[in-house]
Write a protein that binds this ligand. Structure first.
Ligand SMILES: [Zn+2]
Length: 140
C-alpha cells in the first residue's frame, strides 16, 4: 500500500499544507488516531510526505501520505501570535515564506520601521480601530 512520494508531489503537498494551515481529520489508520472531524494546525511536512499536525485535542499524530486523509479549512493559525483567523494572510518579511495573520504582518512592518513593542501595539490598535470603523461605514 505504501507508496513513495515523488519530489513534485512533495512540493505541492508542502505548498498546500504550509505551516499554520488548519485541517480537519477525515480518517487515520491508527488506533490512537483522533476522531474524524478533529481540527488541528499544520506544523510542517517531512521528507516522506507525512503532515505533522498539532491537533486541538493535544494529539500530535502525523497524517501519512497516501494512507490517511484530511481536508484543509479556510481558517489559518498564525505561527507568531497563535490566533486563528480567516482574512487573507500576510507574507512574513523575515523569510518571505511564512504566512502570518494580517495583524502580525503590520507588526513586522512596524518593527522594521523601528517601533518598539509599546508603540507598535498602540499603532496596531489604532489601525484595527480605523479598519473596523471603515467596515461599519461600508455596511451602513
Ligand atoms: Zn499573528
Amino acid at each position: 500500500m505504501e507508496r513513495k512520494i515523488t519530489k513534485q508531489e512533495l512540493e505541492s503537498l508542502r505548498a498546500k499544507f504550509s505551516c499554520g494551515t488548519r485541517v480537519e481529520l477525515v480518517q487515520m489508520n491508527d488506533v490512537q488516531a483522533p476522531p474524524p472531524g478533529t481540527r488541528g494546525t499544520v506544523q510542517y511536512v517531512d521528507d516522506i510526505g507525512t503532515i505533522h499536525v498539532k491537533w486541538d485535542n493535544g494529539s500530535s499524530l502525523g497524517i501519512a501520505y497516501g494512507e490517511d486523509a484530511c481536508k484543509t479549512l479556510r481558517e489559518r493559525s498564525c505561527p507568531r501570535c497563535k490566533t486563528i483567523y480567516t482574512d487573507p494572510p500576510a507574507l512574513s518579511r523575515r523569510d518571505n515564506q511564512t504566512l502570518l495573520c494580517p495583524d502580525c504582518g503590520i507588526r513586522e512592518a512596524l518593527e522594521d520601521a523601528g517601533y518598539d513593542e509599546i508603540r507598535r501595539e498602540t499603532a496596531l490598535a489604532e489601525i484595527i480601530k480605523a479598519r473596523q470603523e471603515a467596515g461599519k461605514k461600508m455596511n451602513s
